[in-house]
Write a protein that binds this ligand. Structure first.
Ligand code: UT7
Length: 330
């Protein structure tokens, strides 16, 4: 008996973007009550003036839902139109079931496919690559991709090398069919030789037995070197793979890890001054998988970026892993 393969749309695009920003503002002055540091050092080394943490009642679930509902609404769709939900997070505290299955039910999807991915700060771009493939293969028509983190719950507030950096938030995109090309090929990969450069202090069972939390630790300098060298070249590969020149690009949205990393990438890419560059780390901190969709949302809201603009996005983080692509903004 012949087998019928799935067939999908010729192209995919981002149809809507949403973001959820936690309400608690933690400025550098408050941060310096937890660690031996200064507002001047934090601003010079990272560009962060303040970050957002979840307040009472806000969770990785509530942020994910708020961001996804906004993205679906802006795409002109309803929950029932969504047939796949992908959540990228390292902050969901249950190994199973997935956060995505819960979100799919809360969104009112009709039993959408749902799964989480663990790709740290590259997670949103990993999710977009999957959504693009699902739509073009016919496995799904409308996919919600969510990047959501509550890193404040897994950060040691006495750790001088991470406490000032990490933050909370969620962003979401709806990906669906398109008549014209609007998402470039993903450029992605991993470097597992650097597995321990960003890791957790202990597996949870050991931490709990010791009466401790398991927190993120990071060899900041090693990540910084990798990001300013290898990842800067990968960003150029994203442009090349999409056939887009620096002059044709409108917006550059790297993962908001550190403004100095962004500056270094800009020098490598030699982008024209007309390209708008995301700097949302200043007020939101480094919120991992959420940083890119939050930056897209903020730049569209402020008018810095506009619908139809070509944006280069690239995420990188624990694994080490990375992913990037050129996308047309909704
Ligand atoms: O999002 C996931 C991926 N993560 C990243 O991309 C993070 C990449 N790494 C970074 O962004 C940077 O490495 C950090 C912002 C984390 C740290 O900045 P750095 O410039 O690499 O600092 P460092 O660790 O090299 O330390 C420089 C100096 C040291 O003093 P000496 O030895 O030069 O006298 C540290 O003791 O700064 C000192 N220092 C601090 N001073 C004030 C380290 N942490 C602090 C602090 N406050 N919190």
């Amino acid at each position: 008996m012949p087998l019928s393969p799935s067939t999908g749309a010729q192209y995919a695009r981002i149809l809507g973007i949403g973001a959820a920003i936690p309400s608690r503002v933690v400025d550098n002055e408050e941060m310096c009550t937890y660690i031996d540091s200064s507002d001047e050092w934090i601003q010079q080394r990272t560009g962060i003036v303040e970050r957002r943490w979840v307040a009472e009642g806000e969770t990785v679930e509530s942020l994910s839902l708020d961001a996804a509902r906004q993205a679906i609404d802006r795409a002109g769709l309803a929950g029932a139109d969504i047939d796949a939900v992908i959540v990228s997070t390292v902050s969901h505290m249950l190994q199973t079931p997935s956060l995505a299955a819960h979100i799919a039910a809360e969104l009112g999807t009709d039993g959408a496919a749902a799964y989480d991915i663990s790709a740290a700060c590259a997670g949103f771009c990993y999710g977009l690559a999957q959504a693009d493939a699902l739509v073009r293969s016919g496995a799904a028509t409308h996919v919600v991709v969510i990047g959501a983190e509550t890193l404040s719950r897994i950060t040691d507030l006495s750790d001088r090398s991470t406490a000032f950096l990490f933050a909370d938030g969620a962003g979401a995109a709806v990906v669906g069919p398109s008549d014209t090309p609007a998402m470039g090929p993903v450029v992605w990969g991993s470097d597992g030789d650097q597995y321990d450069v960003i890791n957790m202090t202990k597996p949870w069972p050991e931490a709990l037995q010791a009466g401790e939390n398991s927190n993120i630790f990071m060899e900041g300098r090693a990540v910084f070197r990798w990001a300013t060298g290898f990842i800067a070249s990968a960003a150029q590969e994203c442009l090349d793979a999409a056939g887009v020149t620096a002059e044709e690009l409108d917006v550059f949205i790297p993962h908001q890890a550190n403004n100095r990393i962004t500056d270094s990438m800009l020098r490598h890419l030699t982008l024209p001054d007309t390209v708008k560059v995301a700097r949302t780390i200043k007020h939101y901190g480094n919120n991992s998988a959420a940083s890119i969709p939050i930056a897209i949302d903020a730049m569209l809201a402020s008018g810095e970026a506009k619908s139809g603009d070509l944006a280069l996005i690239i995420g990188f983080g624990a694994g080490l892993v990375y992913a990037g692509q050129v996308v047309q903004l909704p």
